[in-house]
Design a protein around this ligand. Structure first.
Ligand code: ADP
Ligand code: MG
Length: 695
């Protein structure tokens, strides 16, 4: 086996490759473009393109693609080969600067939410030089942003890049106020932990629900679930271990810093965590990670399920978005240091996050709203649909002492001693481990735990970046004018606590008391996607995103439509799958087994004197269930047609949520109760036991 250090990044056109292969001046220009997040200088594009092509061909590439993330939530590629004909009937391999910088995929098949009139199907992809190009499947992949003819964002990456610029701008104002004049850029750093399930490919192939929906629509619980908690951090099964080893290597070759792999709470559930990096790269890498998980699983006779809730009654999968801010000189805004009470930059940043999260709770909730994730949030395994912040007791006390002016005298305050000798320093084990909080301070970063496992991390970071940028802007406005800087910092923190303390909650987020308490505090509890999404287009939010140049009114409106459309489509497919499973497999299976029981009763009767009460009872129970399944399936079919006739997208999504999902749940109850008494060779699908424990 090759050494890790030798394979890491071998398929990436990274900094060292650029330095080696580009003329010195071109390298310098490109490097400063990347470092300072500036636009690309088109005069160097041809040189870069040609070097990239030569390198890619050496790695076995024959094609190139602009790799982008449309609003379908996954990545898209359109492959072109490098070949170009010559006069003498041969071909040469060519790749121009123009082809590198700009692409023109046919955009009409990607969701645009009405942004692109149908006659204007053109969309453009534009190179993101801050995320390295790479070779995958004999193709040079160029990370790009995707927009309409008029420059409106049609993807996840464009707003993400804009939000990074917005927070950079405001955070720079803040850091300069603290005297760090050498700082050129503030980066958002993100480390997304990714959860997933593995299932045996042969079992998977027998489940239409897994194939079409990524989750099981029926299935009764096996005798053993996850109650033993024996899977979490347990020893890896050999097949899983070899999958993980190969996955790590594939990711390393692509420059993804895959770091930790372990079992998760549910059986057959696992997690991969990378080392954190700049947000847009983290987002690209997370997409690559998900893709590689799926591909690598196939090679091991497995299927990787990224759905948030593949199995009812078993923990679902999420993604933890670890988020912080760092300068190019290495200062982390959220690092408390040994004496957080004497670290005003840290306390001010903490205050900014608290204020931002409280003022924009709905944005964080919206950023994780999908049909899949709705099954997970608030189901006693994932954070509830209520946003709150966990700070830990020490930090909370520190902020409260500032709020109450305790342990402060005027002299001290002026010297920016943030008060209180009660907190000598953050003890490491005290800053974390409230797993029930959706948004937890964990040492030197915030960890947002509500994301669904299948989603792109972009939306969440767009929201976080923009809302914190907005609060930083407000703080900077005040501090730039302040006569007494230290005093003003202190006032800002005090006011933030006065007005936004309600968002801080250090207790058990899964308890029902918290739901009541949160309601008393006036916190939002947006239970489903259809409750959450419409709030995105409030005038306040439109103003917020416009103010920072992240999303325009048109872009926001189109996004609301796309998310609701996606929601309706997802449940639509699930409903059709369930109908087909019932009509073609479950109902006939129950009938067949009932038939067998009837024959048994007849036989017993013909002999006489043999008790057939068990058979009779089963016949009664199964026939009743089958009748319910049959009539509910009919009802479901009608409900789907009526939803499909609905023009208004919110109304349609609401019908899918209120009526169709509920009917599906009812059908499931009868099907699961039948499954629990029908012998396995009569039941058409592998059981939960087979799926969860057979790897
Ligand atoms: P856990 O949450 O399971 O305890 P860790 O503490 O190891 O895991 O870290 C989780 C993730 O947080 C990792 O991806 C790590 O790289 C990331 N992380 C650590 N520091 C930062 C930071 N300053 N900014 C963003 N992410 C970070
Ligand atoms: Mg974590």
């Amino acid at each position: 086996m090759d050494k890790v250090s030798e394979i890491f990044g071998i398929n990436v056109f990274n900094d060292s490759v650029m330095r080696e292969r580009l003329p010195e001046d071109v390298y310098a220009t490109l490097k400063s473009t990347i470092k300072e997040g500036k636009g690309i200088d088109s005069s160097i594009a041809d040189t870069v393109a040609s070097a990239m092509k030569d390198w890619a061909i050496e790695k076995g590439a024959t094609h190139f693609t602009h790799w982008f993330q449309p609003l379908t939530g996954i990545t898209a590629e359109k492959h072109d080969s490098f070949i170009s004909p010559t006069d003498d009937g041969h071909v040469i391999m060519e790749f121009s600067g123009k082809e590198l910088i700009k692409g023109e995929p046919d955009a009409s098949s990607f969701p645009s939410g009405g942004l692109r009139a149908t006659f204007e199907a053109r969309g453009y992809t534009a190179w993101d030089p801050s995320s390295y190009a790479f070779v995958k499947d004999e193709t040079l992949c160029i990370p790009t942003a995707f927009c309409s003819y008029y420059g409106e964002a049609l993807d996840q990456k464009t707003p993400l890049l804009r939000s990074m610029a917005a927070i950079n701008k405001q955070a720079l104002r803040i850091i300069k106020l603290f005297g760090h004049d050498d700082v050129k850029r503030v980066n958002v750093t993100v480390g997304p932990e990714q959860e997933y399930f593995l299932v045996d490919k042969n079992m998977y192939d027998k489940r239409p629900d897994l194939i079409f929906c990524g989750r099981t629509l029926i299935g009764s619980m096996p005798p053993k679930g996850q109650e033993m908690d024996d899977h979490y951090f347990g020893v890896l099964k050999p097949r899983v271990a070899s999958f993980m080893r190969e996955l790590d290597r594939e990711l390393w070759k692509l420059g993804v810093l895959a770091k930790t792999e372990h079992n998760e709470a549910a059986p057959a559930q696992h997690e991969l965590a990378p080392i954190f990096t700049t947000t847009n790269i983290a987002a690209d890498h997370n997409q690559l990670t998900m893709e590689m998980m799926k591909k690598t699983a196939q090679k091991h006779g497995l299927v990787c399920l990224l759905h948030e809730k593949p199995y009812d009654g078993v923990n679902g999968s999420g993604k933890h978005n670890n988020w912080s801010l760092s300068t190019d000189t290495g200062i982390n805004f959220l690092k408390p240091g040994k004496e957080p009470d004497k670290n005003p930059l840290f306390l001010l940043s903490l205050a900014a996050v608290i204020k931002a999260v409280d003022e924009h709770q709905e944005l964080l909730r919206i950023s994780v709203a999908t049909a899949g994730n709705d099954h997970r949030l608030g189901a006693n395994e994932a954070p509830p649909a209520i946003i709150s912040i966990f700070l830990g007791e020490e930090l909370t006390h520190l902020l409260e002492s500032i709020e109450n002016g305790e342990h402060h005298d005027n002299a001290k305050r002026e010297r920016m001693n943030m008060g209180s000798d009660i907190i000598p320093s953050i003890r490491k084990d005290n800053t974390d481990r409230n797993r029930t909080s959706p948004f937890a301070f964990t040492g030197n970063k915030f960890e947002f735990r509500m994301l669904g496992s299948a989603s792109s991390i972009s939306d969440t970071n767009v929201m976080l970046n923009t809302m914190v940028a907005d609060v930083f802007a407000e703080f900077a406005d005040r501090l730039e004018k302040a006569e007494n800087f230290d005093f003003e910092v202190n006032s800002i923190i005090k006011e933030t606590m006065d007005n936004h303390k309600r968002i801080i909650f250090n207790g058990d987020g899964y308890s029902s008391e918290w739901e009541k308490e949160a309601e008393r505090r006036g916190l939002l509890n947006l239970r489903s996607t259809v409750d959450a999404i419409p709030l995105l287009k409030s005038e306040e939010n439109i103003a917020l995103f416009s103010r920072h140049g992240v999303l325009s009114r048109t872009e926001i409106n189109s996004r609301v439509d796309i998310i609701l459309e996606n929601y309706a489509k997802t449940v639509h497919i699930e409903a059709l799958t369930l109908i087909e499973m019932m009509n073609r497999e479950v109902i006939p299976a129950i009938t067949a087994y009932t038939d067998l029981l009837c024959t048994a009763v007849l036989n017993k009767n013909s002999i006489g004197g043999i008790n057939s009460s068990v058979e009779r009872e089963l016949i009664a129970r199964l026939s009743a269930a089958n009748k319910e399944i049959y009539s509910l399936t009919g009802e479901l079919k009608m409900a789907v047609s009526s939803a499909e006739r609905t023009k208004d997208v919110l109304e349609k999504a609401t019908m899918y949520h209120d009526t169709i999902l509920k009917l599906m749940g009812d059908i499931r109850k009868y099907a699961d109760s039948a499954e629990s008494v029908v012998p396995s060779d009569y039941w058409p699908y592998p059981s939960y036991g087979d799926l969860l424990f057979n790897i």
